[in-house]
Design a protein around this ligand. Structure first.
Ligand code: 13P
Length: 252
């Protein structure tokens, strides 16, 4: 499958800083033909980001979405609205939302369903074990359980793309990324679980499994040749255009 690299800027920049960085990305990536590079800025700037990046190879993604089409849901943004502002991707169920907003996999499930209900919006579904799960050897169970809760019973059409972002919670923003062999192991577990739910043909055609958690231009090299890794979701290192560019260059 075609590799993908996604920048998650979280809530780390002001509006002006985001605009400046979008312009820098535009300039730096202007010769990056036909590669999938995605930028996920704050929702408040999605519209402007899409306009600025219109005729470039960079795509825009959102960091969150709501599961209803319309209605009395103060503060929320629907999948259709994201499409309207030019988003092609949306991150769902990031561990920071699970932690601070108490988002759970029943909500995540509804969000995925709603996103797959509109055309041309690709969900980036985050899963990953906590440090405690790792310590107590529950990683496999946690990953399978999260996938089943998120995707169980959901119908995926032949033309739909889904990205699973494996982000061990303990590796996010910690400066300590997972051992590449451990990432490969987790990605295999994810594939096996998806195989049970959707079958191998669909995994090969419709799913990509990417890794996130303290990736930088130095450690990315060690992940590059892993068999079951289709790309990266990058936080901190995506706030520096030169660093992010180096990571992107390593993987394509
Ligand atoms: P860091 O790359 O800063 O560890 O963040 C990873 C992440 O949470 C991406 O969604």
């Amino acid at each position: 499958m075609k590799k993908i690299i996604i920048a998650n800027w979280k809530m780390k920049l002001t509006l002006n800083e985001s605009l400046e960085l979008i312009k820098k990305f535009k300039e730096k990536f202007k010769n990056f033909q036909k590669k999938e590079v995605v930028v996920c800025p704050s929702s408040i700037i999605l519209d402007e980001a899409s306009k600025l990046l219109k005729k470039t190879n960079l795509q825009v993604g959102a960091q969150n979405v709501f599961w209803e089409e319309k209605g009395s849901f103060t503060g929320e943004i629907s999948p259709e609205m994201l499409v309207e502002v030019g988003c092609k991707y949306v991150i769902i169920g990031h561990s920071e939302r699970r932690k601070y907003l108490l988002e759970n996999y029943s909500m995540i499930h509804k969000k995925i369903k709603a996103v797959l209900n509109v055309d041309n919006l690709i969900p980036i579904i985050c899963i990953g074990e906590e440090a405690e799960d790792k310590k107590t050897d529950k990683r496999d169970f946690v990953l399978v359980d999260q996938l089943q809760q998120a995707l169980g019973g959901i119908n995926i059409m032949e033309n739909q793309q889904i990205i699973i972002a494996y982000e061990p919670v303990w590796a996010i923003g910690s400066g300590i990324s997972i051992e590449p062999s451990e990432a490969e192991y987790s990605h295999k577990i994810i594939k096996l679980a998806l195989n049970d739910m959707f079958g191998m043909k669909m995994i090969n055609n419709n799913f990509r499994i990417i890794y996130g958690g303290s990736i930088n231009s130095k450690n990315v090299k060690d992940f590059n040749n892993l068999e079951n890794l289709d790309g990266f979701l990058v936080g901190g290192a995506s706030l520096d255009v030169n660093e992010f560019y180096k990571i992107a260059k390593e993987i394509f």
